[in-house]
Write a protein that binds this ligand. Structure first.
Ligand code: PRT
Ligand code: ZN
Length: 283
């Protein structure tokens, strides 16, 4: 039985469970326990604090884990990064009070920097030859400069709102992070086979992120032009309609170009345009 560790609660919990659910691995939420067997796949789910996931996987107490890459990079345990999961995106950045003048990395020489990621920061400073005093604190790092505990911070940023509301400005982005699937090095072939099956399901779910299914009717005379407008995995599906000289088209469109695509299609005579949610793309 393959054991996969995920965050008990917090930012990655819901999306980790959601990804597993979409991949056909479900648990009975109403009776949440520390360790739960999935109903429909040979996997059990172990709920942990994210800080403990890399070590648990490196020891083999869980075979797989879903955790932010930032935690893997900080803790330095021996785990294999098997797959990027496309959610939980953030960066770890250096930020200073907005009243300060910043002219490059040498600014940090001799400065006190508060962070929960001392190892990532120390490695970066060693590489760049910067000599700073790193203060490790857990939680509320962003208040350290105003409280007089530090001159700068090195912390997770996603929208940047927390920095702004604390009078700080991001000056260097050091590490890009997202949720990753990690594995114990040297998993048995039997466990690896289940892990590969899971990874291929995750990939199908991920391919569907940000995609929509588009259906529309169009006059036959505009078909060639519509094919040029529509992106498609192979080429769009075209089905004749009972109404003479009209056909129906179906394809998958990236959400980022959905509206511009619809507008171009309408301009060449498309009608009855339907946009449907897309769950998975299995290739
Ligand atoms: O209880 P447990 O130890 O399991 O959880 P935790 O409190 O340590 O972590 P949690 O749930 O806050 O975050 C889990 C993971 O989510 C992190 O390790 C990152 O990989 C990822 N992640 C993505 C983030 C953010 N975005 C994020 N914005 N983790 C934290 N933040 C915090 C950040 O620390 C800062 O305080 O949000 C604030 C900044 O957000 P913006 O949007 O204002 O820039
Ligand atoms: Zn944590």
């Amino acid at each position: 039985m393959l054991r996969i560790a995920i965050q008990t609660k917090g930012r990655l919990n819901e999306q980790s469970l959601g990804l597993l659910r979409e991949a056909g691995v479900t648990i009975r939420e109403e009776k949440r326990k520390f360790l739960m067997r999935a109903a429909d796949f040979p996997v059990e789910i172990l709920f942990l604090r994210d800080d403990d996931i890399p070590q648990t996987v490196s020891m083999g107490a869980a075979d797989l884990g879903i955790v932010g890459y930032n935690e893997v990079a900080e803790r330095g345990y021996n785990v294999e990064i098997l797959q990027k999961l496309g959610f939980g995106g953030c960066r770890i950045s250096l930020a200073i009070p907005k009243t300060e003048k910043y002219e490059g990395l040498s600014y940090f020489n001799g400065k006190r920097i508060a962070t929960s990621y001392p190892n990532v920061l120390q490695r970066f400073f060693d590489e760049k030859g910067i000599n700073a005093k790193i203060h490790t604190i857990t939680g509320s790092v962003e208040i350290a400069p105003a409280a007089g505990l530090a001159d700068a911070i090195f912390d997770i940023v996603s929208s940047g709102g927390t920095l702004i509301s604390n009078g700080l400005v991001e000056v260097e982005q050091i590490l890009q992070s997202e949720a990753v699937l990690i594995g114990t090095p040297g998993l048995s072939e039997e466990k690896m086979a289940v892990a590969r099956q899971l990874m291929s399901r995750f990939e199908s779910v991920q391919k569907g992120y940000g995609k929509k299914y588009l259906l529309l009717n169009i006059p036959m005379s505009a078909l060639d032009e519509a094919v040029k407008i529509l992106p498609a995995m192979r080429s769009p599906t075209v089905i004749p309609l009972a109404q003479k000289d009209w056909c129906s088209m179906q394809t998958v469109v990236d959400e980022s170009v959905l509206w511009s695509t619809i507008e171009k299609l309408k301009a060449i005579g498309a009608e009855d345009i339907l946009v449907l949610a897309l769950e998975k793309i299995v290739l």
